[in-house]
Design a protein around this ligand. Structure first.
Ligand code: HH2
Length: 274
C-alpha cells in the first residue's frame, strides 16, 4: 500500500536534507561527488550524520550555468540512485520529467523542482501519478541570466504570491497539497539585500500554510555579506547562522552540504524553542 504520510509528518521540524551534487561544476562542491562511488559514499555518510533525506542532482543551477542534456543527467544520477535504493531516503533535484520518473521508479520520495513545474510540462503528471512529495521553489529568470539584474517592488510579497500560485497549479494538476513544500529560492534571481530581506520576512512564506524548505548552505550572499564582493560561496559558520535564523522564522527542511553541523546547530535551536 502506498505510504501517504503528509509531508509535515514525514519531515518534522527541523529536518536536514543533505546535498549530493553528481556534477563537475556545482558552485561550492563541483567535482567532489561527480564519480558515482563518491556520491553514494557521501549520501550514506549524510544519512548516518542525521539527514532526513539526501537530494541527488545531476545538473548545476549555479548563476551563469547552461544546463545539461537529458542523457547526461540520467547517466550521472541513475547509478547513484540504484546504489542507494532501499538504503538511504532520496530526493531528486531535477526539472526534467523523465529524470524524475526514473528516480521515482528507483525509490526517490521527493521531487525537488527549482522551476516549480514551469520547466517541463510533463513533470506535474509524473509527480501526481506517483504520489511523490514535491518541492516548489521560487526563481526569477533562469540560471544563465538570473543574477544580471534581479528586480522586485517587494521581494517577500512577490515570492509569496508566486509560491501561492504554483501551489494552486500543482494541486489543480492532481498533486495533493499535503505532499508539497515551498522554497523561497535563496540566490535564485536575488541580490544580497533581497536574500536577506527574504530571510528576515520568511514568516510571510511560512504563513502560506505549507512546510518551508530553505537552501541557504554556502550561498554566495553569505560570503558577500562578510565583505568579499566577489565571493562565490559562503562559509559554514555563516550557513549555520542563516539556517538557525530560518528555523526561528518557521522553516522546516534545511538543504545543506554539511549535514552533521546543521543537525547539531538546529538541535540546539530546537531545544531553545521548546
Ligand atoms: N539550491 C541549489 C540547488 N537546488 N533546491 C532547492 N529546493 N532550494 C535551493 O536553495 C537549491 C536547490 C544550489 O545549490 P547546489 O546544489 O549546491 O549548487 P548547484 O546548483 O551549483 O549544483
Amino acid at each position: 500500500m502506498q505510504d501517504l504520510t503528509p509531508l509535515g509528518e514525514r519531515f518534522v521540524r527541523p529536518s536536514v536534507m543533505g546535498v549530493v551534487n553528481v556534477t563537475p561544476d556545482s558552485f561550492s562542491d563541483g567535482g567532489v561527488n561527480f564519480e558515482a562511488d563518491d556520491a553514494v559514499a557521501a549520501a550514506r555518510r549524510m544519512a548516518e550524520e542525521g539527514a532526513a533525506i539526501v537530494d541527488v542532482g545531476g545538473e548545476s543551477t549555479r548563476p551563469g550555468s547552461d544546463g545539461v542534456s537529458l542523457d547526461d543527467e540520467l547517466r550521472r544520477v541513475v547509478p547513484v540512485l540504484e546504489a542507494l535504493q532501499g538504503q538511504v531516503p532520496v530526493s531528486i533535484d531535477t526539472a526534467k520529467a523523465e529524470v524524475a520518473r526514473r528516480a521515482l521508479a528507483l525509490g526517490a520520495e521527493l521531487v525537488n523542482d527549482v522551476t516549480a513545474l514551469r520547466g517541463d510540462p510533463d513533470l506535474a503528471e509524473v509527480v501526481a501519478s506517483s504520489q511523490a512529495y514535491l518541492c516548489l521553489m521560487h526563481m526569477q529568470g533562469e540560471p544563465r541570466t538570473m543574477q544580471h539584474d534581479p528586480t522586485y517592488e517587494d521581494v517577500a510579497g512577490e515570492v509569496a504570491a508566486f509560491l501561492e500560485e504554483r501551489l494552486r497549479f500543482a494541486v489543480d494538476a492532481g498533486i495533493p497539497e499535503e505532499r508539497i513544500c515551498l522554497d523561497p529560492g535563496f540566490g535564485f534571481g536575488k541580490t544580497v539585500e533581497q536574500n536577506f530581506e527574504l530571510l528576515a520576512r520568511l514568516g510571510e512564506i511560512v504563513a502560506l500554510g505549507r512546510p518551508v524548505l530553505v537552501g541557504l548552505s554556502r550561498k554566495r550572499s553569505l560570503g558577500r555579506i562578510l565583505g568579499d564582493p566577489e565571493a562565490i560561496t559562503g562559509p559554514l559558520s555563516a550557513s549555520l547562522a542563516a539556517a538557525v535564523e530560518a528555523y526561528e522564522r518557521g522553516a522546516t527542511i534545511f538543504r545543506a552540504h554539511d549535514v552533521r553541523e546543521h543537525v547539531e546547530a538546529l538541535t540546539v535551536a530546537a531545544a531553545v524553542a521548546r
